[in-house]
Design a protein around this ligand. Structure first.
Ligand code: F3S
Length: 282
């Protein structure tokens, strides 16, 4: 059985950087916290916990020590709170997310009403929006953009994981809503590139494994796009969930992983598949 691992499987640039900063902070010791889970990988969160890093939901719960800001950022007031409390801050916000936050702040300051193209429930969007000092709207699609009021100056920024199509559709509507428009394309293509590669792989194998947290939206989406092409797609978090029966009659197996899946989990799954094959030959 041939095992093909996708080139883009696992950590994206921002998650890799955040995880590295978190483990570095954990190694320094002392009271160390993250606001919510640092990334959507229960296994990484557990490892950090074992090293003494606690995930707390609120900055108010933290009196002293070090606070690590997760890759998709936090709201401006949470960062201010952390500073007021004299906490040591390790800012692991992905530089691409930071850029979106900075654009929102700059647009507001320059007198633009801001339109953020994204999902209102997503913490990244809630963080980005918090940097506006004037009016700000969040729209996730063209229909929602149609409901925007007329504005004289509109600044458009996108959630980093938005699709380019949606951004273009919203911008089109904004062109009819305002007389002056400034657009920042803050989309990061890591997610799209990973999905395209996974689709191509699913098209040429007999069985596909997608590794990543069951709470990770990008991993779930990755499993969905693969399953649309290949029903023999399985979303797993760890090697122990691999079922030998999945490989009956399989000649080629494809493996990919979400942006918050560490390399060690991918390696364990690859090892497990090799082991299953070895057992079958016995
Ligand atoms: Fe950053 Fe893009 Fe990853 S915005 S966190 S590199 S998906």
């Amino acid at each position: 059985m041939e095992i093909i691992l996708a080139k883009q499987a696992g950590f994206c640039f921002g998650v890799k950087r955040a995880t590295h900063l978190a483990f570095e902070a954990a190694e320094r010791g002392g009271e160390t916290y993250t606001l919510g889970p640092i990334i959507h990988s229960p296994q990484v969160v557990q490892r950090l916990e074992e090293m003494g890093v606690k995930a707390l939901p609120n900055v108010d719960d933290i009196e002293s020590g070090t606070i690590i800001i997760r890759s998709h950022g936090v709201a401006a007031h949470e960062l201010d709170d952390a500073m007021t409390r004299n906490l040591e801050i390790v800012d692991a916000t992905c530089p691409f997310v930071k850029k979106a936050q900075d654009h929102v702040a700059g647009l507001s300051k320059a007198g633009y009403d801001v339109v953020v193209v994204g999902d209102l429930d997503h913490p990244e969007v809630q963080g980005i929006v918090s940097y506006a000092t004037g009016r700000v709207f969040v729209v996730s699609c063209e229909e929602e953009a149609q409901k925007l009021p007329r504005m004289s100056k509109i600044g458009v920024v996108a959630q980093t994981t938005q699709s380019f199509e949606t951004l273009k559709e919203v911008v089109d509507v904004c062109l009819e809503k305002g007389s002056e428009i400034r657009i920042y394309n803050t989309i990061c293509d890591a997610t799209a590139v990973r999905q395209e590669e996974a689709k191509a792989l699913a098209g040429k194998v007999d069985c596909m494994l997608v590794i990543g947290g069951f709470n990770s939206a990008n991993t779930k989406r990755l499993a969905e796009v693969c399953a649309e092409l290949l029903p023999r797609t399985h979303h797993i978090e760890t090697a122990s969930q691999v079922d030998p029966a999945w490989f009956d009659g399989v000649k080629k197996v494809g493996v990919t992983a979400g942006a918050s899946t560490p390399k060690w989990l991918i390696d364990e799954v690859l090892e497990r598949i090799t082991e299953v094959e070895r057992d079958k030959k016995r």
